[in-house]
Design a binder for this molecule. Structure first.
Ligand code: GAR
Length: 218
């Protein structure tokens, strides 16, 4: 394993964490998870991490008097674990501007829409209410503005006529589990360069029948 040292921050199910765990177990992936942090004691993902033998840390936001104090505790845990790249994976707390700046270009997030459309919460319900025909997900670098920042990888899925929130969410989740590991792999392999508000990729193509851009690098 070895390579890029990842932290994965979760609040719930941790299915994206699981996708990252599975990816790091592939030979030549180029990254390993050195710590999983949850702000929720009953996050299902904590069990996934333990099952995989990963180091876990519970940092409950409720235990802190201010957001800065909570952010500092996370920052300390990341430094102690000598983390190179922080992956937010269903982490449902907004991190403060100072934290985001401290981890600038080393902090990525997955969001269940095709950003910049449908930032914020309750994405799938709003996609359905808007009558959108296509939805998807985005892995992006984090900036102080919520759900904004240079886009690394996106995947699109159809919105079907009889979709429910659960059905659409499940369809988007399936591609999230492809693009989050892909984004990390691209970073680990040095194929991602940030230029201002944009990501430039090298050595990858955008040809892919599954509407995932870019396609997995060869
Ligand atoms: C994912 O769909 C992710 O995109 C979303 O939370 C879910 C977590 O699922 N993140 C956000 O909405 C962030 N604003 P998981 O715990 O099974 O990975």
């Amino acid at each position: 394993m070895a390579g890029l040292r990842l932290a994965v921050l979760i609040s719930g199910q941790g299915s994206n964490l699981q996708a990252l765990i599975d990816a790091t177990q592939r030979a030549g992936f180029g990254a390993e998870i050195v710590i999983v942090i949850s702000n929720q004691p009953n996050a299902y993902g904590l069990g996934r991490a333990r099952k995989a033998g990963l180091s876990t840390k519970l940092i409950e936001h409720r235990a802190f008097a201010s957001r800065d104090a909570f952010d500092d505790a996370i920052d300390g845990a990341l430094r102690d674990a000598r983390v190179d790249l922080v992956c937010l994976a269903g982490f449902m707390r907004v991190l403060g501007d100072a934290f985001v700046e401290r981890w600038r270009d080393r902090l990525i997030n997955i969001h269940p829409s095709l950003l910049p459309a449908f930032k914020g919460l309750d994405v799938h319900a709003r996609v359905l209410a808007a009558g959108a025909r296509i939805s998807g997900c985005t892995v992006h670098y984090v900036r102080p503005e919520v759900d904004a920042g240079p886009i690394i990888v996106q995947a699109a899925v159809p919105v079907l006529p009889d979709d429910t929130v659960d059905a659409l969410q499940a369809r988007v989740h399936r591609v999230e589990h492809v693009i989050y590991p892909l984004a990390v792999e691209l970073i680990a392999k040095g194929r991602v360069r940030i230029e201002g508000d944009l990501v430039r990729l090298s050595g990858v193509t955008t040809e892919d029948a599954r509407l995932i851009s870019p396609a997995r690098p060869s």
